[in-house]
Design a protein around this ligand. Structure first.
Ligand code: ZN
Length: 98
């Protein structure tokens, strides 16, 4: 069983959490008109065999959103931190013309 060390509540079974998706994906700027950037954001994902950053929410607990770095091969968790500590994301999809 996967157990996640919540920074607020301590070690808990994964049944108390909800998976929230890939934490390595960068959302395009709200006004980005490039359909390819939005397509990539919504549909394209890697399927890594190894360390992967994921969003998890502790729904039966403190309700905090967390970023969990988990090895997809053996479910070993390398780190857990609050998602709110992530730096603001900037779109990498849109490049200014040269
Ligand atoms: Zn918690």
């Amino acid at each position: 069983m996967l157990r996640i060390e919540c920074p607020c509540c301590g070690l808990r079974d994964h049944d108390e959490f909800r998976y929230g998706g890939d934490a390595s994906v960068t959302r395009p700027a709200h006004d980005d008109p490039d359909p390819q950037a939005w397509y990539a954001y919504v549909y394209l994902r890697t399927n890594p065999a190894g360390p992967h950053r994921e969003f998890w929410q502790h729904v039966i607990g403190c309700r905090q959103w967390l970023v969990v770095e988990r090895d997809t091969r053996n479910h070993a968790i390398a780190s857990v931190d609050f998602a709110r500590k992530l730096p603001p994301r900037k779109s990498l999809a849109r490049k200014s013309p040269a």
